[in-house]
Design a protein around this ligand. Structure first.
Ligand code: KIV
Ligand code: NA
Length: 277
């Protein structure tokens, strides 16, 4: 498979060709995605919740992001990799945002960075793009600042918020983003935004009209047990398959059915006799 480029993604939008992105946080998962038809991998800061067991994405550090991005990049040479900027890594100053984004590209090896927010990050986005860093935006429900937007719920149901989100999408495009994640907004609003801007939108809980769709790996495969958001479709329940396999292993150990002869090594009768003396 050929790695998509930001130019290719824009062409796909123009041609009405949809694409998919999924999160990955480690080498074996990245390899599986790399061998699939999925166009993009997001090493999201959702890793804090689904991989590290934090209550939110807020505690995730730059070092944690880099650690996981490096593993994913090694496993997915043919897939476009997006690296999330974690909370607190781009809001202190434009310089800080450029330094941390540069780490994600140079140390991590990702193809671009993603950051959350609308108007408050427009100038940062402009500076990053000017510094040569491809930037993916992310508006709607922004988990890093969920408490500011009233918790984990749909954004843009009222006219004022919806209008602001539309204006933020336009402002981010003007600042130079090459793509925009729309999280948890009404499908009609996502359609309006998708029609209004020329860079591809990628929806999660944003309806079918976005140019692409993204899901969290652990959500779509039944590997995250704490809750299942309404916008998630579970394409498999690997959690129950894994638990069944673990219990089978345990039962076979208890019943001395594992290991079998073909999993074991042996020595000849003579050697055994010599050992026993
Ligand atoms: O971190 C993440 O997984 C994300 C997606 C929900 C878009 O940002
Ligand atoms: Na994220």
């Amino acid at each position: 498979k050929e790695k998509v480029t930001t130019t290719k993604l824009r062409e796909m939008k123009k041609d009405g060709q949809k694409f998919a992105m999924v999160t990955a946080y480690d080498y074996p998962t990245a390899q599986l995605v790399d061998q699939s038809e999925i166009e993009m991998i997001l090493v999201g800061d959702s890793l804090g919740m689904v991989m590290l067991g934090y209550d939110s994405t807020v505690p995730v550090t730059m070092d944690e992001m880099i650690h996981h991005i490096k593993a994913v990049v090694r496993g997915a040479p043919h897939t476009f990799v997006v690296g999330d900027l974690p909370f607190g890594s781009y809001n202190v100053s434009v310089e800080q945002a450029i330094e941390n984004s540069t780490r994600i590209l140079k140390e991590g090896g990702a193809d671009c960075v993603k950051l959350e927010g609308g108007f408050p990050v427009v100038e940062t986005v402009r500076a990053l793009v000017r510094a040569g860093i491809p930037v993916m935006g992310h508006i709607g429900l922004t988990p890093q600042t969920a408490s500011q937007v009233g918790g984990f719920k749909v954004q843009g149901k009222d006219a004022d918020t919806a209008k602001r989100l539309l204006e933020e999408a336009v402002a981010l495009e003007e600042a130079g983003i090459f793509s925009l994640v729309l999280e948890c907004i009404p499908a009609e609003l996502a359609k309006l935004i998708t029609e209004r801007i020329s860079v591809p939108t990628i929806g999660i809980g944003a309806g079918v009209h976005c140019d692409g769709q993204v899901l969290v790996f652990h959500d779509m495969l039944g590997l995250f047990q704490r809750f299942v958001p309404k916008f998630v479709k579970q394409y498999a329940n690997l959690g129950s398959i894994i638990k069944q396999a673990l219990n089978e292993f345990h039962a076979e150990v208890v019943e001395e059915q594992f290991p079998e002869l073909n999993h074991s090594f042996s020595i000849s009768e003579e050697v055994l006799a010599a050992i026993k003396g």
